[in-house]
Each structure stands twice: as structure tokens, then as C-alpha cells.
Write a protein that binds this ligand. Structure first.
Ligand code: GNR
Ligand code: NI
Length: 170
């Protein structure tokens, strides 16, 4: 397993639209293992392949308290959404130390392939529902800060560029 570098906003590669996975093979399983290691190492609840500069439709999620309940979503689709919405704070490993509220569907039904390439479905609510929608946005090249005002986004951009510069100096 290997820890992967996570792209930081405003890296333009975060706006790449991911392609569907054609075949769930050992290359994809290796990517999944590396993404899980990177997600756990960074204390994240989810990670999309886009964030590690791989532009294929692969997501890993673990919203459990035990941090021992990994979920793998390949070629995910949302097949149903609740009319009910939720408005909750989000963060992103590609936008460290920034948290702000985003509106999402409160419940979603998801269909995806697992690491064996088998199709499965699940219903999500709470943090899991938010996380699925946040990760699927990444696969479309969208970062959560794009839901915020232009003013907030500009401030976040400046803060991230400074943070990256400071880290490079250190
Ligand atoms: O670790 C993460 N926490 C989180 C909290 C609220 C809403 C969404 C998330 S996802 C984020 C990890 C990440 O950046 N995934 O793309
Ligand atoms: Ni994110």
C-alpha cells in the first residue's frame, strides 16, 4: 500500500471530470487500497480518486466511529434523492482547515460496484448521505467551496495558496 498525494484547492486538476471504470481489476483494487490508506492517514471520512489525480470514478468512504468499515464505490449513481434537504458543515481534505455549510439532499439511494465489480445498492442518510454527494461532486470536478459565495471562495483561494507557500518554505 502507498500513501498518495492529495491535490489542494485551487489546483486546476481538481476540476477534471472522471471517466467510468471499464473493468474492476487489480489496478483498480490497488488504487482503492492506496486511497483507503491515504484517507485513514489524513483522518478523512471519504476520498475521491480525483483528489489523488486519478480521473476515474472511484470513491472510498468510512463514516464509522471504529474507522474499520470501509465502503468502496465504483461508477456510483444516485438513483433516488429525498425531497428533504440538509444544511450542514463540510470540510475537504483538498481544502484543509476550511469548514462551511452546504445544502444537500438529506437521504440518497446509491448504486455502485464493489471492489469485486459486483453491483450493490444502499440507502444513506446523515453524514454518509452528505459524504456520498460530496465525493460524487469531486468526480464531476466540483469542490464544495464552489457552493459558497464568490467572496468566500476568493478568501479561501488566497488562504490555501498562502498555506501551501508557507509549508514549502518550512
Ligand atoms: O473528511 C471529510 N469530512 C467531511 C465532513 C463533512 C462533509 C464532507 C466531508 S468529506 C471529507 C473528506 C474529503 O475531502 N472527501 O472528498
Ligand atoms: Ni473533499
Amino acid at each position: 500500500m502507498a500513501k498518495l498525494h492529495i491535490l489542494r484547492y485551487p489546483d486546476p486538476r481538481l476540476h477534471t471530470v472522471a471517466k467510468p471504470v471499464a473493468e474492476v481489476d487489480d489496478r483498480i483494487r490497488r488504487l482503492i487500497d492506496d486511497m483507503l490508506e491515504s484517507m485513514y492517514d489524513a483522518d478523512g471520512v471519504g476520498l475521491a480518486a480525483t483528489q489523488v489525480d486519478v480521473h476515474e470514478r472511484v470513491i472510498v468512504i468510512d463514516t464509522s466511529d471504529s474507522r474499520q468499515d470501509p465502503r468502496v464505490l465504483i461508477n456510483p449513481e444516485i438513483i433516488a434523492r429525498s425531497a428533504e434537504m440538509t444544511f450542514a458543515d463540510e470540510g475537504c481534505l483538498s481544502v484543509p482547515l476550511v469548514y462551511d455549510k452546504v445544502q444537500r439532499n438529506a437521504q440518497v439511494t446509491v448504486r455502485a460496484l464493489d471492489r469485486e465489480g459486483k453491483s450493490y445498492e444502499f440507502e444513506a442518510d446523515g453524514l454518509l448521505a452528505i459524504c456520498v454527494q460530496h465525493e460524487m461532486d469531486h468526480l464531476l470536478g466540483k469542490v464544495f467551496v464552489e457552493y459558497l459565495s464568490q467572496l468566500k471562495r476568493d478568501r479561501i483561494k488566497t488562504k490555501m495558496l498562502k498555506k501551501t507557500r508557507d509549508e514549502e518554505r518550512a
